[in-house]
Ligand binder design. Structure first.
Ligand code: PEP
Length: 255
C-alpha cells in the first residue's frame, strides 16, 4: 500500500442547498480558509449555482463540480444537462451515482456506468459513488456489493480514462444520518473498492486511484478517517455547507 501514489481530494457535495448569491458568499468565506491545502479541493454544487461558483473560485485552488450529468450528448431529454454543457461552463468534476439519486431518481448501476462514460468522454472527472445499505451490510453483502457496483460503474472505462476517475465509498446508512462508519469500516470498504479495481485493471493501477470515504464526515472524525491507508479524501455533504467545518476537514487531509 502506498498512499503517496494518489491524490487526496476533499470534495463538498452541496446537494439541493444554496442559491447563487449564497454560493458567492460561501465560497468567498471558504477560499481564504482552504488556500494552503496540499490536497485537491472540490465543491460540487447545484446546476444553477455553477456560474456563481466558477466566478467566486477564480484564481483560487477550489475546483468546481456538478452533482449529476446526463449520459447523452444532446437531444430530447427535458431537464437534463450534458457533459459538454458542464465543461463549457468551467466544471471539472461531477458526482455520479450518489445514493440519493439511486434511491429517489431511479439511478441504476447501468445508468451510473453510462453517466461515468459520458462524463469522461466530455472531459469531466467523475466522482463515482458506491455503497451498501444497512440491510445489505447486515446480510453480509458489503464486499460483494461494493465490488459489483464498482465493476459495473467502470464497465468499458479504459485504464487511461481511469486516471480521471475518483471513487467515493459512501455507506448509505452513514449519509446525512450523523452515523459515521468507523475508521476501520471506512478503510475496509475502500479496500474492497480497490480490490475490485485491481481485479480488472491490476494492482499497480488500483494503487493509483483516489478512493474517498463519504458519510457524515465532520471536523471531529475527519482526522481519524483520513489517516487510514485506503482513504484518499472525503466526499462531504452537510459539513461542506459551513466554511469553517469544511476547512477543518481540508486541513485534516493536509496532515
Ligand atoms: C454526501 O452527500 O455524499 C454525504 C456524504 O453527506 P453527509 O456528509 O451529509 O453524510
Amino acid at each position: 500500500m502506498n498512499k503517496a501514489k494518489r491524490q487526496t481530494i476533499i470534495a463538498g457535495n452541496w446537494k439541493m442547498n444554496k442559491t447563487p448569491s449564497e454560493t458567492t458568499a460561501l465560497i468567498g468565506e471558504m477560499k481564504e480558509l482552504v488556500k494552503d491545502a496540499d490536497c485537491g479541493v472540490v465543491l460540487c454544487v447545484p446546476f444553477v449555482d455553477i456560474a456563481a461558483a466558477i466566478e467566486a473560485s477564480k484564481g483560487t485552488n477550489i475546483k468546481i463540480g456538478a452533482e449529476n450529468v446526463h449520459f447523452k450528448e444532446s437531444g430530447a431529454y427535458t431537464g437534463e444537462v450534458s457533459a459538454n454543457m458542464l465543461k463549457e461552463c468551467g466544471v471539472e468534476y461531477v458526482v455520479v451515482g450518489h445514493s440519493e439519486r439511486r434511491q429517489y431518481f431511479g439511478e441504476t448501476d447501468q445508468t451510473v456506468n453510462l453517466r461515468t462514460l459520458a462524463a469522461l468522454k466530455g472531459g469531466l472527472k467523475p466522482i463515482v459513488c458506491v455503497g451498501e445499505t444497512l440491510e445489505q451490510r447486515e446480510l453480509g453483502y458489503t464486499e460483494t456489493l461494493l465490488k459489483y457496483q464498482t465493476k459495473m460503474a467502470l464497465t468499458n472505462v479504459t485504464a487511461e480514462e481511469l486516471k480521471n476517475v475518483v471513487i467515493a465509498y459512501e455507506p448509505v446508512w452513514a449519509i446525512g444520518t450523523g452515523v459515521t462508519a468507523t475508521a476501520d469500516q471506512a478503510d475496509e470498504g475502500n479496500g474492497f473498492v480497490r480490490e475490485a479495481i485491481a481485479e480488472v485493471y491490476g494492482k499497480d493501477v488500483a494503487e493509483t486511484v483516489t478512493i474517498q470515504y463519504g458519510g457524515s464526515m465532520n471536523p471531529k472524525n475527519a482526522d481519524e478517517l483520513l489517516s487510514k491507508v485506503n482513504v484518499d479524501g472525503g466526499l462531504i455533504g452537510g459539513a461542506s455547507l459551513k466554511a469553517e467545518d469544511f476547512s477543518v476537514i481540508v486541513k485534516a487531509a493536509n496532515k
